[in-house]
Design a protein. Structure first.
Length: 731
């Protein structure tokens, strides 16, 4: 009898009534096929006889698989009481002989790969395990530990499902496994490499989120109370036909209407139909929604909960719902004719009465402050990212066999690449995630000059655009392509699948730039957000109030707009680069630097001065004029010291005199310096106690050092020299 015939007979035995003699005979025959020493085989056979004699079922007519199900519970209880205890040899014989079909929890308590290794070489499970092992070895990005876990997970899955070949595995089999199963992602990648799945490898979370978009009926049933579901479905079907069928828009409107109908059920339970909603019912939705938003919206210490303007979108959606409903219901044969109320319940005046104007003003002010903080901290974050990448690269090159250092270098590179990509392009995060190598366009001018453009796919306003690729952006793209090819060990960026998490749909298979971080798949938007946040926190970025600055993808977009505005880029050009629909949006994103404002004012005033007094008034004095002015002046007396800088020369230090080498302290000012030093020391101690920012403390320490230096120089002067210096100063 061949091995295939033995396994087929063993599988038929599962559903047969329990027969201790037949089961023992089959188990002993299985042990005979194992590649073990004679002594180990005899010991296993003896143990199998004892085990089956002690576990004969009491219920007559029970099938072998039903007996095994009850026995598994006992085996798992024994393992929980004594984790180091090995499973009996008969358990191994029943599982490896396919006489019973084990569960996943039981197989996690045994080293199943060792069990398979002892099977006969013609056993299908042994052949499949070897094949899976060789496949995972070909993946350049894997580690030896990961390959072992992947092979082990695949072997267990075959036994649990009753399969002999990997081609029998289905998507549902992987989704049914526990999310944190070790080696599951490696197994998924191996199955894709073998052609079992015609897609790119997925991580655990993407496997569980692979379901398609829900229908309107499903979304409404989950968010809208039952009395108002019919009108909501009818309206959304009409809206999708007339205005927009985007999934994200539909979901947003259902959310807003769900809150309104929840308000009606809670506050006005007597109203059970849409046509019964009156203006005095709807006006109470404004304060109710504000209170509701504070309980469900995510917030931070910096944002708080009072100025959240998300509820304004709810009001706009609800008002648009009633406006459209009352208008469309008047059309002949309209399916909405039975639903409209007598009048539109919410008006624009109701929306303006909720304090949203003041909230938006406070939000704008907070955004301006954040942009200023970002402008100050972004250079430090960029410097930290590039330094960490270079250090990690050097460490990985010195220890090429250390997988941990290689992973660290990969992390550091992608942190730098993501930051530079977003800062140099100003892309939305979903636009950056969808970039491919095909979006790098090569163009040639009439004079033969070559230039490159980056094509941005339509996103928010369904308009595509192109942006020029400069030296900085070109280097980032080149490095990304190089790292992706090195990750896969290929000569070109491979095509992979990508899923739009917003619309719950699969995007076209393409060579995406953002892929191959630690897994052969496209990076998710959530990963990009997390990496930027961790990078800014690691770099020690802080807001002006000392709280940690957590950088987000949209912050990079604001910095892009602000820097271009302050570098005199025309506003309409910035709008085109960012993909904005109008110029007003650019001014919301971009903030003028204070020094830019001052410089612009000075330029304008200089022009007015020249027009009034003529440019000759601002000319530089001649040598003769400077000599005449110098001859009429002596050293400048500053009270505590004398300035030795020749009169007429420009001083770049302004009023910060004591740190200047031209300052000559007077001996008579020594008591004044001591009082100043005492006062500054008290202020420094107080600043440290209250936890002032490090920059302010450093400035106080520098001023104290200047005073101490001035006192030392004053005390070092001889009496004659001091008197001569002071006499010279006042003569």
């Amino acid at each position: 009898m061949t091995r295939a015939d033995q396994l087929a007979a063993a599988r038929r035995l599962r559903l047969a009534p329990f027969d201790a003699g037949l089961l023992l005979e089959t188990a002993l025959a299985e042990i005979t096929t194992w590649r073990l020493s004679d002594k180990a085989r005899r010991s296993a056979r003896a143990a199998a006889r004892r085990f089956l004699a002690e576990n004969v079922p009491a219920a007559p007519g029970m099938t072998v698989q039903a007996w095994w199900t009850g026995l598994e519970e006992q085996l798992q209880q024994r393992h929980a009481a004594d984790p180091g205890r090995r499973q009996a040899a008969v358990v191994r014989a029943l599982v490896m002989g396919r006489i019973v079909q084990p569960s996943w929890p039981l197989l996690t308590t045994v080293q199943v790969e060792i069990w398979v290794r002892a099977l006969a070489v013609e056993d299908p499970l042994f052949i499949t395990q070897r094949r899976l092992h060789h496949t995972l070895e070909r993946l350049a990005w894997t580690t030896s530990k990961g390959r072992r876990q992947g092979v082990s997970a695949g072997t267990r899955l075959l036994l649990v499902c009753g399969y002999d070949q990997v081609e029998q595995i289905r998507e549902a089999d992987l989704e049914a496994l526990p999310p944190k199963t070790g080696g599951l992602d490696l197994l998924d990648a191996g199955l894709c490499e073998l052609g079992v799945f015609q897609r790119s490898p997925r991580r655990g979370i993407s496997r569980r989120a692979a379901a398609g978009p829900k229908t309107v009926d499903q979304l409404v049933a989950a968010s809208v109370p039952e009395p108002f579901q019919a009108v909501t479905i009818a309206y959304l079907n009409a809206y999708r036909q007339r205005v927009s069928a985007k999934y994200i828009t539909t979901r947003s409107k259902i959310r807003s209407l769900g809150y309104f109908w929840e308000y009606m059920i809670t506050i006005h339970p007597q109203v059970r139909e849409c046509r019964g909603v009156l203006p005095h019912h709807a006006r109470g939705f404004v304060p109710w929604a504000l209170a509701k938003a504070r309980t469900i919206q995510r917030s931070t210490d910096r944002k708080g909960t009072e100025d959240r303007t998300t509820t304004y979108d709810w009001f706009v959606d609800v008002r648009a719902f009633f406006t459209d409903l009352c208008h469309w219901a008047t059309e002949p044969g309209s399916p909405l004719a039975e639903y409209p109320p007598p009048a539109i319940p919410l008006t624009s005046h109701d929306l303006r009465s909720g304090g949203f104007a003041a909230a938006r003003a406070r939000t704008t002010a907070r955004m301006t402050t954040s942009v200023m903080d970002l402008t100050r901290e972004i250079p430090n974050i960029r410097a930290y990212a590039v330094r960490r990448w270079h250090e990690a690269t050097e460490a990985a090159q010195q220890h090429q066999d250390d997988a941990r250092l290689v992973r660290t270098e990969r992390d550091a590179f992608w942190d730098w690449a993501l930051l530079e990509l977003l800062l140099t392009t100003g892309l939305r995060v979903e636009e950056a995630a969808q970039l491919t190598t095909l979006d790098v366009l090569k163009r040639q001018l009439a004079d033969g000059q070559i230039y490159y453009l980056l094509h941005i796919k339509p996103s928010k306003f369904d308009r595509a655009r192109v942006i020029p690729i400069g030296d900085g952006l070109g280097r980032v793209i080149a490095e990304m392509i190089s790292h992706v090819k090195a990750f896969y060990g290929t000569a070109m960026v491979p095509a992979c699948d990508r899923r739009d998490a917003t619309s719950k749909t699969d995007l076209p298979r393409a060579p995406y730039l953002l892929q191959g971080f630690h897994h052969p798949s496209a990076v998710s938007i959530q990963q990009i957000r997390q990496r930027l946040q961790h990078l800014s926190v690691a770099a020690g970025a802080r807001h002006a109030d000392g709280s940690p600055l957590r950088l987000g993808p949209h912050d990079c977009r604001r910095i892009f707009a602000t820097e271009h505005l302050n570098n005199d880029t025309p506003v309409h050009v910035i709008a085109a680069l960012l993909g904005h629909a109008g110029l007003d949006t650019v001014m919301i994103y971009a903030k003028l630097y204070p020094d830019t404002l001052v410089e612009g004012y000075r330029t304008a005033m200089r022009g007015l001065y020249n027009d009034t007094y003529q440019p000759d008034q601002l000319r530089q004095p001649t040598v003769e004029e400077v000599a005449a002015f110098t001859a009429s002046c002596n050293l400048r007396d500053m009270g505590t010291h004398v300035c030795a800088l020749p009169t007429g020369e420009h001083c770049s230090r302004g009023l910060v005199c004591l740190g200047c080498h031209h300052a000559q302290p007077k001996r008579s000012a020594a008591p004044t310096f001591r009082r100043m030093i005492t006062s500054h020391q008290r202020s420094l101690i107080k600043a440290r106690d209250v936890g002032e920012p490090a920059g302010q403390i450093a400035a106080r320490e520098l001023e104290l050092q200047r005073l101490q230096s001035a006192l030392q120089r004053a005390e070092e002067l001889s009496s004659d020299a001091a008197r001569q210096l002071e006499d010279c100063a006042v003569s």
